[in-house]
Design a protein around this ligand. Structure first.
Ligand code: AOS
Ligand code: ZN
Ligand code: ZN
Ligand code: ZN
Length: 406
C-alpha cells in the first residue's frame, strides 16, 4: 500500500471530522488474547482431524502463539485451559511465555471432560462430585497466582437433557455455592468471568443459559465477578450488541470470546460470517470508551478481548492470524464512526441519517490505515503473507502428527 493511498484516506477522514492520530493510537494499543486450545487439534463430535505440526505441549502452543503476536503485534497473552495445559511447574510456563514476549492470560477450568461430570460438575447431585469440581476451580485460582493471570474464565457444560432429570432450582443453588467458594479464594486483583451458553452439550436446560443468569451470579458474588460474552452462545437472532451495551452500562462486561457462527456455537473464524455484527459490537464499545462517566470508560478499558475458536479443517496458525486481523479490521472501522453525526441525526429523529452515519464507517476500506499502523509499529504490513513467506510452517512439521488435542 502506497503512502498515496494513506494520504487520500487521511484527507477523506479529516473532512469527516475524524482524528486519525487518535484512531491510530487506539489501534496500536489494541490487544486480543489467543487461546492455547486454538493451536491444538480440535474438531466436531464426528471427527478430530490430526494435523502434522500441531504443538505437542503447552510450551509449544506458546511458541505458536508467539509467532501470531510477532507478525500481528496484537496478541501478547495466551489463555490456558486446565488440565489441557497441565504442567508440573506453572512458573516455568510463565517464564517460557515471557521469554517469547508473551504472558499467560485467562485460566479456564475444564469441568466437562471427566466421566464424573456426565450429570453435572458443580451442579451434580452427588456431593463428592460437586466437591471435586469445586476443588478444580480452586486449583485454577492457585494456577492463576503462579502464572500471574488476572482472569479466570468459567464455562460450565452443566445442564440436563430431559425434564425431571435435575432440580433446576437446586442446581442454581449449588452453582452459586461453588462460585462463592471460588470467588472467596481469589486475590483482590483477580476477576471471575462467567460465560453463558444457550445450549450444548445439554439440550434441555443449561444451568447458565444466558447473560441474565451470568449477570445475576456476578451481582450476587461481588464486583470481581463479571460476564463473558461468547459471540457463538446465543439463540438465533439475539442482538449481541445490545447485550454488550447493557452489560457495559452495568459495569459487568468482563470480556469476549470471539468467533463466528452461522447456526449455533460453530466456533468459526471470527468475522468470517457476520462482520457487520462484529462492527456493531465495536460500535458500542467505542461509544462507551468515550463516555463522560469515568467508571464506564474504566469498564471498557478492562474488557478482555479473547478468541475462542475451534479450527477443525484450517491450518491453526494462519487461522489465528486471520481471526485477529478480522477483529482489528472491524475495530478500525468502528473507530471511524462520527458519533456527533449519529447523535445529531438521532436528535432530529432522522432515522435514516443516524443509520447512515453508523453504516458509512463500515463501508470504508481501512487497508491503508492498518498498513500505516503496522508500518509505524515495525510489523509486516500483511501478516498473513509474512507467515506464508516464513519457514515456520515447514519447521513445525518436524513435530509430526498427534499433537495436543481437546
Ligand atoms: C464452550 O462452548 C465455551 O465456549 C468455552 O469457552 C470452552 O471452554 C472453550 O470453547 C474451550 O472448549
Ligand atoms: Zn467460549
Ligand atoms: Zn463455545
Ligand atoms: Zn464457541
Amino acid at each position: 500500500m502506497s503512502d498515496k493511498a494513506y494520504m487520500l484516506f487521511e484527507e477523506e477522514q479529516k473532512q469527516r471530522g475524524i482524528d486519525l492520530e487518535h484512531v491510530k493510537a487506539k489501534l496500536k494499543q489494541f490487544k486480543i488474547e489467543t487461546p492455547s486450545w486454538g493451536y491444538g487439534d480440535s474438531g466436531t463430535r464426528f471427527k478430530v482431524f490430526q494435523k502434522v505440526g500441531v504443538p505437542r505441549t503447552p510450551f509449544e502452543k506458546l511458541e505458536d502463539a508467539a509467532v501470531v503476536h510477532r507478525l500481528t503485534g496484537l496478541c501478547p497473552s495466551v489463555a490456558i485451559h486446565i488440565p489441557w495445559d497441565h504442567v508440573d511447574d506453572y512458573g516455568k510456563l510463565k517464564s517460557h511465555a515471557e521469554s517469547l514476549g508473551l504472558s499467560i492470560g485467562a485460566v479456564n477450568p475444564n469441568l466437562f471432560q471427566d466421566d464424573d461430570y456426565m450429570l453435572g460438575s458443580v451442579t451434580n447431585s452427588d456431593p463428592s462430585i460437586r466437591r471435586k469440581a469445586t476443588d478444580h476451580l480452586l486449583e485454577c485460582v492457585d494456577i492463576a497466582k503462579e502464572t500471574g493471570s488476572r482472569d479466570l474464565s468459567l464455562w460450565f457444560a452443566d445442564g440436563t437433557n430431559y425434564p425431571g432429570q435435575g432440580d433446576i432450582r437446586q442446581r442454581k443453588h449449588w452453582m452459586l455455592e461453588a462460585l462463592t467458594e471460588m470467588y472467596r479464594a481469589m486475590t483482590a486483583d483477580m476477576r471471575m468471568l462467567i460465560e453463558y451458553k444457550a445450549f450444548e452439550p445439554a439440550f434441555y436446560h443449561t444451568d447458565i443459559a444466558d447473560w441474565g443468569m451470568a449477570y445475576n451470579y456476578a451481582q450476587k458474588l461481588g464486583p470481581q465477578a463479571e460476564v463473558l460474552v461468547d459471540t457463538g452462545h446465543h439463540l438465533p437472532g439475539a442482538n449481541i450488541e445490545h447485550i454488550v451495551a447493557y452489560l457495559i452500562d452495568e459495569k459487568r462486561l468482563g470480556g469476549f470470546h470471539f468467533n463466528s457462527y452461522k447456526y449455533a456455537d460453530d466456533d468459526l473464524i471470527v468475522g468470517s460470517m457476520n462482520p457487520y455484527e462484529l462492527f456493531l459490537i465495536f460500535y458500542q464499545i467505542v461509544l462507551a470508551a468515550n463516555d463522560a462517566d469515568e467508571s464506564i470508560r474504566d469498564t471498557v478499558e478492562k474488557i478482555a478481548f479473547m478468541i475462542d475458536q475451534s479450527h477443525n479443517i484450517e491450518q491453526k496458525i494462519p487461522a489465528m492470524i486471520r481471526s485477529v486481523l478480522n477483529v482489528q479490521t472491524q475495530y478500525a472501522k468502528a473507530l471511524l464512526i462520527n458519533h456527533e453525526e449519529v447523535a445529531e441525526a438521532a436528535e432530529r429523529g432522522d432515522v435514516l441519517g443516524a443509520e447512515d452515519a453508523v453504516r458509512r464507517a463500515f463501508e470504508f476500506d481501512v487497508t491503508p490505515l492498518l498498513h500505516a499502523v503496522r508500518e509505524e509499529k515495525g510489523l509486516p504490513i500483511d501478516p498473513m503473507k509474512a507467515y506464508q513467506a516464513s519457514n515456520y510452517a515447514t519447521e513445525i512439521l518436524a513435530r509430526g502428527k498427534g499433537g495436543a488435542s481437546w
